[in-house]
Design a protein around this ligand. Structure first.
Ligand SMILES: [Zn+2]
Length: 425
């Protein structure tokens, strides 16, 4: 049954949309139907939308992760005990046995890094549909050919096993295992496609990996430009990308390797942070997720919209880049006593100006006036602080202490975030 759902979704997922009108038309119809369903089945949303017509969905109150987690029991549209689900997900994470389910529902925790973990509940049908969508966006060649697809992930889920078939085989590599062991297994398994966090791919490049695949897909972490270049040039391939979060599948790359919003499964509205620069928080309305509906949900991520359409001809909106999340921004006091927000990209640029030899870095704001920076390789000399000086000057920031400490991150179950703030708002 679920394999059939996967196939149907695969064939129904368009390779490209010719016009914006086509997308809007599809979205209108799908959202309208979905809102009716959610209002009827989710006590939380029903209460939240009191006084609004279905047609006013674009103006429905915005929700966030904390609200969603606090109200999860009322928010879901199925008869399932959230407290029990929570226990189950925690147990699965510890035992690495992800086959446990409640009825037809899989429970997962997001691999969040900022204390507040998200929980997601998906049905078998949703998983199968998702898999079909992912194959359509990711496969690059016909589903009727044989494919061996490797997934390097922090947590397995029964999604993948459920859609494996005689032609399509999914192999799962658990990041809890030593990374060199994973690498050896991937080498032996003769994969056609590898889906992997970019920090792990970058680590493979550092060890001069001889992995050969037809298609390489970055997933589970924000892909930075420096990593992309490094990975593409080592493996001699376009690095594709699934940009997703617990809340859904936000984007995927086209054949040219450009990231498009998945507007055929969700509506993405923009909450501008800086319209001129094209920075925004996406407010997503996923019209496919029924078990745990995501409607007018503000993501923490900051996206940069592209000013030009994609040459591939797909009308799905292009994302220039994913900048990170709002807790990745530094909050620094200015000389006149206010607080200035500094996006990760600016910190990244200042770090890259320290030396041409930097291959990796992590920058953490520890206090209001102290930043710690880890640099790779070890022992770099004559580091220039000009980039930082320019940054502080241009924004009137009181120069914080910048301390260089040894690089410690090893790809593992800890999600790599290169720039983030440890202090609260
Ligand atoms: Zn494109």
């Amino acid at each position: 049954m679920s394999k059939l759902t996967t196939l149907i979704r695969y064939f129904r997922t368009p390779k490209r949309f010719k016009s914006r009108q086509k997308i809007t038309k599809l979205q209108e119809k799908a959202v309208e139907k979905h809102i009716k369903f959610v209002r009827h089945n989710s006590p939380f949303y029903r209460k939240l939308w009191d006084g609004y017509d279905d047609s006013q969905w674009r103006e429905f109150p915005i929700i966030e992760k904390s609200v969603m987690m606090e109200n999860l029991q009322e928010l879901i549209t199925v008869d399932l005990d959230v407290a029990q689900a929570k226990k189950l997900a925690q147990k699965a994470e510890k035992s690495r046995d992800f086959s446990s389910k409640i009825g037809p529902y899989s429970i997962g925790f997001s691999s969040g890094t900022s204390g507040f973990r998200g929980m997601h509940i998906v049905s078998e049908a949703e998983q199968a549909t998702w898999a079909g969508f992912m194959l359509a966006r990711g496969l690059g060649s016909s589903i009727f050919k044989k494919h061996r697809i490797g997934l390097v992930l922090r947590a397995n889920s029964n999604t993948y096993e459920s859609i494996g078939s005689s032609r399509i085989k999914f192999l799962f590599y658990d990041l809890m295992k030593p990374i060199d062991e994973l690498h050896k297994a991937i080498l032996n398994d003769n994969l056609d496609m590898l889906i992997c966090p970019p920090s792990v791919l970058s680590y493979f490049v550092d060890m001069d990996s001889k992995i050969t695949v037809k298609r390489l897909v970055s997933a589970a972490e924000v892909l930075e430009e420096t990593d992309r270049q490094k990975i593409e040039s080592h493996f001699g391939l376009t690095l594709h990308q699934f940009y997703s979060s617990t809340e859904g599948e936000i984007g995927a790359t086209c054949e040219l390797g450009k990231l498009h919003l998945n507007e055929d499964i969700m509506v993405v509205q923009k909450e501008w942070i800086d319209e001129e620069k094209g920075w925004y928080h996406p407010i997503i309305t996923d019209f496919r997720r029924k078990t745990q509906p995501i409607i007018r949900y503000r993501m923490n991520d900051i996206l940069v919209s592209s000013k030009t359409p994609c040459p591939c001809g797909d009308a799905r909106e292009l994302i220039h880049s994913v900048m990170g999340r709002s807790d990745d921004m530094f909050h620094l006091p200015t000389l006149d006593g206010t607080t200035e927000f500094v996006v990760p990209d600016l910190i990244r640029r200042a770090i890259m100006r320290m030396s041409d030899e930097i291959t990796d870095y992590i920058a953490v704001q520890k206090t209001t006036d102290k930043i710690e920076i880890q640099l790779k390789p070890e022992g770099l000399e004559n580091l220039s602080m000009v980039g930082f000086q320019d940054l502080w000057d241009s924004k009137g920031i009181k120069p914080p202490v910048v301390e260089i400490i040894p690089y410690t991150h090893v790809p593992s179950t800890t999600k790599l975030r290169r720039v983030f703030r440890e202090i609260a708002d």
